[in-house]
Design a protein around this ligand. Structure first.
Ligand SMILES: Nc1ncnc2c1ncn2[C@@H]1O[C@H](COP(=O)(O)OP(=O)(O)OP(=O)(O)O)[C@@H](O)[C@H]1O
Length: 254
């Protein structure tokens, strides 16, 4: 299989590195068996099968690159992203990430419903290791982008799901990320807000220093935002190269 180090970024520092990464999920007959397996390795009969969501993946992404992960349902795109954002870990191999990651994935995960929107900005900021002063700088930007009016000082439990997503998105894009991970399937709020989101993502992507990792089924979006494409199938890498070649490969090997 071809590998493609992007020449213009060849000397740039490494932002993300996968070194022979395999992520194996075990499927059990039911949740009880899954739970029991934590305590006992004796009874393996209820283990139905194992799935390699990532299968011996090795690649490097340099600082400032914009890379699309292409692949059909279940190809392993989300699993690779989750290892970059630290939501899940490899079973084998190592994942190295250099830089602050901002993920446009599960935007509303981690909000405390009893706290107000404003308080949740502080909660999330502290969870990311920011101090009060840094969060105070971020706060007006997040509030302005989320555009929730008086609701910003109401408990998050009173928000609609679209309003929660707006707050999550606003936080993710206000913090000038070094590595931005975007799932294209993400839809945030109404059409008008979606357009505002895309405009902001485009603005971040245009910053040469930001590394962008974009997951999509659709080639048009990949072509617009990225210069390099990695095609996954059954957790394994099928192709790594310039975006147009990656799209051709993806479309012809479907
Ligand atoms: N928590 C889990 N437990 C068991 N299997 C899982 C789990 N998460 C993912 N998988 C399996 O791992 C494989 C890869 O899934 P993944 O979500 O990474 O694919 P994807 O390329 O993002 O798919 P999609 O385009 O549908 O979002 C699939 O077979 C999926 O069923």
């Amino acid at each position: 299989m071809r590998r493609w180090p992007m020449s213009s970024k060849a000397d740039a520092p490494i932002a993300v590195k996968f070194d022979h990464v395999t992520k194996t999920y075990k499927l059990y007959e039911n949740d009880r068996q899954r739970f029991l397996s934590v305590f006992s390795s004796r009874d393996k009969r209820k283990l139905i099968t194992k799935v390699n969501a990532s299968n011996d993946l090795s690649f490097e992404i340099k600082k400032g690159e914009a890379v699309a992960f292409l692949g059909h349902n279940g190809a392993g795109k989300s699993t690779a992203l989750k290892m970059i954002t630290g939501v899940t870990f490899p079973t084998k191999g190592t994942v190295t990430v250099n830089g602050a990651v901002s993920a446009l994935l599960e935007l509303t995960a981690g909000f405390d419903n009893q706290l107000t929107g404003r308080e949740n900005i502080y909660l999330r900021g502290h969870a990311l290791g920011l101090d009060n002063e840094q969060i105070a700088t971020l706060e007006p930007k997040v509030i302005d982008f989320a555009d929730l009016g008086v609701y910003i000082d109401q408990p998050v439990r009173t928000y609609s799901s679209g309003m929660k997503a707006r707050l999550g998105f606003a936080f993710a894009v206000s913090s000038d990320p070094e590595i931005l991970v975007v799932d294209e399937a993400l839809s945030v709020g109404d059409k008008q807000f979606q357009q505002k989101c895309f405009a902001r993502v485009r603005e971040i992507m245009e910053d040469e220093d930001v590394t962008v990792i974009f997951v999509t089924h659709a080639s048009a979006a990949a072509q617009e935002f990225c210069t390099r494409g990695i095609v996954l199938e059954k957790g394994a890498m099928q192709f790594d190269g310039p975006i147009q070649e990656a799209i051709d490969f993806y479309e012809n090997h479907g």
